[in-house]
Design a protein around this ligand. Structure first.
Ligand SMILES: [Zn+2]
Length: 559
């Protein structure tokens, strides 16, 4: 008991020390502060663990340490957070700044040193506390649009618990932000549900847009759930932000509630379990708690969010959505049970096979094998696995074309797809790779891990076949042979591979490794002062595709 008490005391101390710790400054001077995206948005492929601070549509805003500390980590990547810097603060929290344009010059020199040491443009490294200590408000770099970013902004996180727990710091009140706008409920969908077999069946009954204007009575099946499309708004931004809390009440009794709060990184992947799949446009939050949902501790629900009406009377279903400042909106529906609404017709199941979410599934036919690991699916499902095209070597197709699963079924883990390469002529077999064909007919490289008698790839659900790539990448410099480089030394080489795509490349400057980055089919070079001698230099570029075909070019530049 005493121990429990001290744990509780410690917990209470941690909570209050963070809540009272209002010593955080702003990361930029831009006023008024506004956001284009908030914590915990419903995104199918990742969890938004921070706030996106608007930067007035431009790059180059000076970024300041929100609290004293030291630069503890830096990462440079063409995807994700792009140029990102992490500051460790003495109170145990860490602040993270993503999509930066560039680092302060002394920090940039340290990054370059690490890039040369690792012979890689992409780096991720830890720093010692004495290297770059920062005062609160000290500038360490400039805002930008690097990595997976759709426009200039600052992605900022505050983490705690090592760096495992990104905090919902807008909700925690770290910054005094005024917000008097309520969330808006755009759509509510009603879904018939049946689980008489081990595979739950779902069918949409009705989708209601502008639910506050809806007047009629919704006829529902014996068991059903709902999905809600709601967004929050805030003063000073047109951004569509995340709703903090969703509540559903049946005749005044709460049957479902989800409150985002703080979500550890390890659980972020389960956001996809909350999303109603198979709907186009914005993602809807569903009340059905699927079995593979690891976020159920954030959810209060009766019958896993599956609702049923006891009798044939008209009942009232009320939905309330709220933001973290307590602004709320609601809508209500009259609902009535119609037992004649059926979920599915057994005839719809022909040609499908059952996959249980907790068990491994292997589907193998005519030289193609699909393996699904346990806990890959969010719920058990009937899946499609069909041949949609034939082998056609003249068209570069060396297997049947298979359509596996449904593209909109979300997977927690990728599936493995294996093809026999027996139909590929022997001399071409080491050039074989698995092609993914998208809905618009475009193709891309999926993988070519060698296995006994075939090749394998880690994939999403989609359409796949085997092709071969015997053509090396094409490289052409965007600078004349022997030309003088501009003062900043920047030049590039185009690198294109029409089949399996460029996989690796390397650039040498007078025989020494030089920093370069492949981005959007172009290798960009970054010579610096140490390369500038006023003389002629030899540049050597080698690029290989995923099937081992490679090209080398050599040319001279004056710098
Ligand atoms: Zn962001």
């Amino acid at each position: 008991m005493k121990r429990l008490f001290s744990v509780l005391l410690l917990l209470a101390f941690c909570v209050t020390s963070f809540a009272q710790n209002q010593g955080y400054g702003y990361p930029m001077d831009l006023k008024p502060v506004s956001f284009s995206s908030t914590y915990g948005e419903l995104r199918r492929n990742h969890f938004h663990a921070g706030l996106d601070w608007r930067t007035g549509g431009h790059n180059g805003e000076p970024l300041k340490a929100i609290k004293a500390g030291y630069v503890c980590r830096i990462s440079v990547s063409p995807v994700g957070y792009g140029n990102a810097l992490y500051i460790q603060h003495p109170d145990g929290t860490m602040s993270v700044y993503g999509h930066m344009d560039h680092f302060r010059s002394d920090i940039a020199a340290r990054v370059r040193q690490e890039q040369y040491k690792n012979k890689s443009w992409r780096v991720y490294f830890e720093l010692e506390p004495h290297e770059f200590p920062l005062e609160k408000g000290e500038v360490f770099g400039y805002s930008g649009n690097t990595g997976s970013s759709g426009g200039p902004h600052l992605h900022m996180e505050i983490r705690t618990d090592g760096d495992n727990l990104p905090l919902n710091y807008l909700a925690s009140g770290v910054y005094k932000i005024e917000d008097h706008k309520s969330p808006v409920i755009n759509k509510v969908g009603f879904y018939a549900f049946e689980d008489s077999t081990s595979i739950p069946q779902v069918r949409r009954i009705q989708m209601i847009s502008n639910p506050d204007k809806f007047k009629g009575t919704v006829e529902v099946s014996d068991k059903f759930y709902i999905a809600i499309d709601a967004v929050d708004y805030m003063e000073g931004t047109t951004g569509r932000l995340a709703v903090e809390r969703y509540t559903v009440m049946l005749d005044g009794e709460k049957v479902f509630e989800f409150k985002v709060g703080d979500v550890p990184y390890s659980d972020g992947k389960y956001f996809a379990c909350l999303v109603q799949q198979g709907e186009s446009g914005r993602d809807l939050l569903k009340t059905w708690c699927v079995p593979n949902n690891g976020l159920t501790y954030k959810i209060q629900s009766v019958n896993d969010g599956i609702i049923s009406l006891e009798d044939g009377d008209v009942h009232t279903l009320k939905i309330v959505v709220a933001d973290c400042f307590g602004n709320a909106s609601s809508c209500s529906f009259k609902i009535h049970k119609d037992s004649s609404i059926k979920v599915y017709d057994p005839a719809d199941m022909t040609g499908l096979f059952a996959a249980l979410w907790y068990a491994p599934t292997i589907y193998s036919r005519d030289g193609m094998t699909m393996k699904i690991e346990p806990a890959s699916l969010n719920a058990s499902a009937y899946l499609k696995c069909e041949k949609v095209g034939k082998e056609s070597p003249a068209m570069g197709v060396y297997s049947d074309i298979w359509h596996l699963g449904e593209e909109d079924i979300h997977l927690q883990k990728r599936i493995r797809v294996r093809f026999d390469t027996g139909r590929v002529p022997e001399e071409l077999r080491d050039k074989a790779y698995i092609v993914q064909k998208d809905a618009k007919g475009g193709t891309s490289y999926a993988g070519n891990d060698p296995v006994e008698g075939g090749i394998e790839a880690s994939c999403r659900f989609g359409t796949y076949y085997v092709s071969v790539d015997t053509i090396a990448p094409r490289l052409w410099p965007r600078v004349e042979d022997g030309a003088t480089l501009p003062a900043n030394g920047r030049f590039s080489v185009e690198a294109v591979d029409d089949e399996s795509g460029v996989s690796t490349f390397e650039a040498l400057w007078d025989g020494e490794w030089i920093l370069s980055q492949l981005h959007n089919g172009r290798i960009q070079f970054y010579p610096d002062g140490s390369h500038q001698t006023g003389q002629m230099h030899t540049v050597e570029v080698t690029a290989a595709d995923h099937c081992g075909n490679s090209t080398q070019i050599i040319f001279d530049v004056k710098y």
